[in-house]
Design a protein around this ligand. Structure first.
Ligand code: NAP
Ligand code: MG
Length: 498
């Protein structure tokens, strides 16, 4: 736990912090070339936070030019890895020194509970950046067994200018997942935060500059998907795009690449992730706590949320009873109040979308043993919907809200079949006391991460990404993330005598 402030202190800080509102290109803040702005609002109150520079293709082009210059002259890409490491570690220090301010900014902008911002998002931001900074001066390249007449080297080189397009659900954390391996590898970046959540990315860019990151290396271009995301996708001088967001938008990036310069594309997309609980699962209180965390954490606005509980019938009633008990610990309300575990939905459009599933649950007549209501037009109660069939709309679509569908099964085999019956394949959890069964399940489930007797996403040392329509082209986190941002080059040297 970091040193949390009190509710009163957070409210006071929220009134006084200065919010960045301009683009950050070539080492400085600047307005959009068009002079246009868009309003950023606090999702919990509807109040205006700032008028943010509304960039478009012209700004993207300018930023790409600066990122290209910075890449080609080697001010970053050709530094010794030690030097890149030192600057990124300095950024970690500055983020820690500004932790309360960043946490409040993140909470105001996204509706996330301040306790998560302080205890998860910021520490994990720092941890991610440190891990990749520490990695880059410890990776060795390879030579190939080409015989005595030649020597061949297989070397990694930074991929070049990288476009990054981010979602709003974990603004700081997704920023870290992208910039840490990308900058550590020596690339330069043009990054678009989600329009709803631009503030912390801009603040981090400012801190990075103060840490010594050279101008043009990390450029933040705020604006909409249409005005900024699409020009990034289509730009002829961007070497790679890394994207986290919905499957529908991810698909577009493959099209953009095909229509432009065949830039590399890495996609981290949605999920409808199963939590399997078998009859022999032990320590049901812990299972229930984990299932609640899987379904409700971050308001369910989480691509790896465990939104389908697939429970074997012998244990179901007892498990649901305990889930009902632990769900009450997920208190919902003002994101700035450290006592709340859940805050506001990201915006009114998304609130309406999630609320429509609560309405659907009433229409269909499902049992709703937990929650089922909205509050103040911005909050959604943690909700459990029982009696769901896996073919039902509520079990197939990614809701991205705190809504858990309960699907009852008879056997292990049925549980696995139901778990895999989805177009997604991001994450899964299985709870059982039988080690052999847990590993059989881990093998059988087609998902990028399978956790046993817990919910989670692994950590920075383990790759994260999806099978099927949950991902494409690479993995975030671990050394695999580093590989995303490097090209592999073969250098062949003739050694024949004479
Ligand atoms: P989204 O609508 O796909 O938006 C993601 C980003 O793409 C935003 O910056 C958005 O810009 C931009 N964008 C939208 N339309 C675009 C277009 N036509 N061309 C180029 N860029 C465009 O997703 P979201 O609603 O922000 O995020 C929620 C989704 O992300 C969920 O489906 C969730 O599962 C997924 N997600 C996946 C992971 C993962 O690691 N697999 C992690 C987090 C979230 P705007 O600023 O205009 O919105
Ligand atoms: Mg906002």
């Amino acid at each position: 736990m970091s040193d949390m402030l009190t509710y009163e202190e957070y409210k006071a800080l929220a009134k006084t912090i200065e919010l960045p509102d301009q683009a950050f290109i070539n080492g400085q803040f600047c307005p959009a070339a068009s002079g246009k702005t868009f309003v950023s609002t606090n999702p919990a109150t509807g109040d205006k936070l700032a008028d943010i520079a509304a960039c478009d293709a012209e700004d993207v082009d300018f930023a790409v030019g600066k990122a290209r210059e910075a890449f080609e002259d080697g001010r970053w890409s050709k530094l010794h890895p030690n030097e890149r490491k030192d600057i990124l570690l300095k950024l970690c220090e500055l983020v820690e020194a500004n932790a309360h301010e960043l946490a409040v900014m993140e909470s105001l902008d996204s509706g996330k509970p301040i306790s998560d911002c302080e205890n998860i998002d910021i520490p994990e931001f720092v941890h991610t950046l440190k891990w990749h900074a520490e990695l880059v001066d410890k990776i060795y390249d390879q030579t190939a067994p080409v015989g005595p007449g030649a020597m061949s080297m297989i070397v990694r080189e930074p991929v070049g200018v990288v476009g990054a397009v981010l979602p709003w659900n974990f603004p700081l954390l997704m920023l870290a997942w992208k910039i840490a391996p990308c900058l550590a590898a020596g690339c330069t970046m043009v990054l678009k935060p989600a329009a709803q959540t631009t503030l912390t990315a801009l603040k981090v860019a400012e801190l990075a500059s103060a840490a010594g990151l050279p101008a043009g290396v990390l450029n933040i271009v705020p604006g909409s998907g249409r005005e900024v995301g699409e020009p990034i996708g289509l730009h002829m001088d961007i070497d790679m795009v890394t994207f986290t967001g919905s499957t529908a938008t991810g698909r577009r990036f493959l099209n953009y690449s095909a229509q432009s310069n065949l830039k590399k594309v890495v996609l981290e997309l949605g999920g409808k992730n199963p939590c399997i609980v078998l009859d022999d699962a032990e320590r049901l209180d812990e299972v229930a706590q984990q299932v609640c965390a899987a379904a409700f954490w971050n308001m369910g606005e989480n691509c790896s949320a465990g939104s389908r509980l697939i429970v074997q019938k012998g244990i179901k009633d007892e498990l649901l009873e305990r889930i009902s008990h632990y769900a009450s610990e997920w208190t919902v309300g003002d994101p700035l109040n450290p006592a709340n575990a859940l805050g506001a939905m990201i915006d009114s459009g998304h609130f309406a979308k999630v609320a429509s599933y609560l309405e659907l649950a009433r229409e269909v007549g499902y049992e709703v043993p937990v929650g089922g209501e909205t509050m103040d037009g911005v909050y959604i109660q943690p909700t459990v919907v029982d009696g769901v069939k896996n073919s039902d709309k509520i079990a197939r679509e990614e809701i991205f809200g705190p809504v858990l569908s309960v699907i009852t099964v008879s056997t292990y085999e049925e549980a696995i079949a139901v778990a895999n019956d989805t177009e997604y394949g991001l994450a899964a959890s299985v709870f059982t006391a039988n080690a052999r069964k847990s590993l059989r399940a881990a093998q059988a489930i087609r998902a990028g991460t399978v956790t046993v007797n817990c919910f989670g996403e692994g950590d920075i040392s383990t790759p994260f990404g999806g099978y099927k329509q949950s991902g494409f082209g690479g993995r975030d986190n671990s050394i695999h993330a580093h590989d995303q941002y490097t090209e592999i080059k073969t250098i062949w040297v003739d050694l024949s005598a004479g």
